[in-house]
Design a protein around this ligand. Structure first.
Ligand SMILES: CC(C)(COP(=O)(O)OP(=O)(O)OC[C@H]1O[C@@H](n2cnc3c(N)ncnc32)[C@H](O)[C@@H]1OP(=O)(O)O)[C@@H](O)C(=O)NCCC(=O)NCCS
Length: 168
């Protein structure tokens, strides 16, 4: 049985988070980025991770097995009149899909939301991403609309489902 640790990302994880992001970007067309990840330096990533760590209503969780990042999940809190809401993102390395790691991350993210006064979580997911939609529905998310042609990849357009969960 694999031992999965779920913990908050810190500055010291910056380099590995950048590498992880490039890896998963190359494994799926469901994300906003591809194999090149984000144009960000290790220092910028470290600053970003610390700013999330110290924020009231944002969190970046890592799923780690034997020191290797195999998944991540985040809640990004919104400002002012939207401060009761957060956007959710989640990824797992392809070789670890369907082993319950996404569910572990979702559980922790929802726990975090409840503990930190986040009342509504929003997300967008490719309409043909049946596995992710199944996972979100399992945690109470419902579809509230479709955003047409949300992605354009090599001249083909992909719709996204807009989903939310109300934790009030
Ligand atoms: C979506 C993702 C995070 C799920 O992570 P995971 O670790 O595989 O999730 P889990 O193993 O906890 O759960 C997957 C569930 O989906 C189900 N599932 C998998 N493929 C499915 C499919 N094609 N149709 C319906 N259900 C499916 C599994 O049976 C499992 O269901 P269960 O929990 O009821 O047994 C992972 O697949 C991933 O990173 N995908 C690429 C990035 C991505 O799409 N992120 C979401 C962007 S919005």
């Amino acid at each position: 049985m694999m031992k999965v640790e779920i913990r908050e990302a810190r500055a010291a994880d910056a380099e590995r988070v950048i590498e992880y992001t490039k890896t998963i970007g190359g494994e799926t067309d469901n994300l906003t980025f591809g194999a090149s990840g984000f144009p960000i330096t290790v220092e910028q990533e470290a600053d970003y991770l610390e700013s999330v760590y110290s924020a009231d209503k944002s969190v970046h969780l890592l799923a780690v097995i034997d020191g290797e990042i195999v998944g991540d999940g985040s809640l990004s809190g919104l400002p002012r009149r939207m401060s009761h809401r957060a956007d959710l993102g989640i990824t797992v390395r392809k070789s670890y899909w369907n082993k319950g790691i996404g569910s572990m991350l979702m559980q922790k993210l929802i726990e975090y939301a409840k503990d930190h006064g986040i009342e509504i979580i929003n997300l967008e997911v490719r309409s043909d991403n049946a596995g992710a939609i199944h996972l979100y529905q399992k945690y109470g998310f419902q579809k509230i609309g479709t955003s047409p042609a949300y992605f354009k990849i090599d001249n083909s357009y992909h719709d996204f489902d807009i989903m939310y969960v109300d934790l009030r």
